[in-house]
Write a protein that binds this ligand. Structure first.
Ligand code: GDP
Length: 195
């Protein structure tokens, strides 16, 4: 898939009505700092379209990026900030849940996990939550440049085990630094959109 143009079309806050999009949606979820903005920017060849996480707490919105007037990338709010109140955490949860529940055109959810670390309890919850809403999460192991190539498979296995993934779950790797994995992710998105 070649991305020719992309624009931020809709930003939804906690009380906003979700857009009634006609094009299909591909969503990205993950804890804050996992590299979600860097992945989205990398996929669409832009340096700073999606915000990067220098300001914790700023991402309480669901952002819809129109890609090629063909589909949407949906940037879900990052979870797992240590320094936010329970109330704010609950609001994030509700927002994500409402989106997963209500979207009529959501085709796939990518769940991002830092390749270096064991998934957190929040990651496991998010994985289960996506499943419970009827989607099989596709895992993207981010920051792949941070480990040796010879260690990749071991880390992928660890992520699969800790998340207790359903059989056949796809795990792709990505590095925003080297762009490793970019073409595979875009090819998969194209396949999903054409299904
Ligand atoms: P977000 O909170 O999930 O949107 O995460 P960001 O995209 O803002 O990334 C968080 C931090 O990790 C930033 O300092 C990024 O520069 C860094 N980062 C993101 N992706 C990569 C990657 O693939 N490789 C390396 N080495 N650093 C990354």
């Amino acid at each position: 898939m070649i991305i020719k143009n992309v624009e931020l079309e809709t930003v939804c806050g906690i009380t906003s009505k979700l857009p009634d999009n006609q094009l299909c949606e591909i969503a990205f979820a993950g804890k804050s700092n996992v590299g979600k903005s860097s992945l989205i920017n990398g996929l669409v060849n832009r340096k700073a379209l999606a915000r990067t996480s220098s300001q914790p707490g700023k991402t309480q919105t669901i952002n819809f990026y129109n890609v090629n007037k063909e589909l949407y990338f949906v940037d879900l709010p990052g979870y797992g900030y240590a320094n936010v109140s329970l109330k704010v955490k609950e609001q994030w949860g509700k927002m994500i849940e409402r989106y997963l529940h209500e979207s009529q055109v959501l085709k796939a959810v990518f769940l991002l996990i830092d390749i270096r670390h064991e998934p957190s309890a929040n990651d496991v919850n998010m994985y289960q939550w996506i499943l419970a809403n009827g989607y099989e999460p596709i895992i993207i192991a981010t920051k792949a440049d941070k480990i040796k190539r010879s260690q990749l498979q071991k880390h992928i296995k660890m992520i699969k085990t800790e998340l207790n993934v359903v059989p056949g779950t796809k795990v792709l790797t990505f590095s925003a630094l080297t762009k490793q994995g970019k073409d595979e992710i875009l090819d998969l998105i194209e396949e999903i959109v054409e299904e």
